[in-house]
Design a protein around this ligand. Structure first.
Ligand code: AMP
Length: 113
């Protein structure tokens, strides 16, 4: 597989981003055009978890959205964020621009990072 999207480059630190969370499985960074005081993007890091879009999920990758949601939930708890929105844009017609599955995390509460 030779896919190399913008978010592969952020994951591999080939282009800069403001990373606010990272572990072995997931990375979260600030959206460059925030639509809320906190606007983060959560991505799965492992090549085996790579999927372009919700539209492309298979049984092999069906766990990935849940993984991203769990990490977002933990991030919110850790930062005392009590209300937030989670979104997947699906397909070009659904507003998706980057075909590396990502979870938008938006909150009116601001984080310090
Ligand atoms: P989507 O429309 O769901 O594909 O979301 C892609 C998001 O990536 C948009 O909200 C963009 O603002 C954001 N974005 C594009 N380039 C960058 C970048 N270099 N760093 C951080 N976020 C970006």
């Amino acid at each position: 597989m030779t896919e190399h999207t913008l978010f592969h480059k952020i994951r591999d630190r080939e282009i800069p981003a403001t990373v606010v969370f990272e572990d072995d499985e997931v990375m979260a960074f600030k959206d460059i055009h925030p639509k809320a005081p906190t606007h983060l993007l959560f991505i799965a890091k492992k090549d085996t978890d790579f999927v372009p879009s919700i539209d492309d999920l298979t049984e092999k990758t069906a766990h990935v959205p849940g993984l991203l949601i769990l990490k977002a939930q933990a991030f919110a708890k850790e930062h005392g964020i009590v209300g937030y929105q989670l979104k997947f844009h699906v397909g070009k017609a659904g507003g998706q621009e980057v075909f590396y599955l990502h979870l938008h995390f938006l909150s009116e509460q601001k984080i310090e990072a």
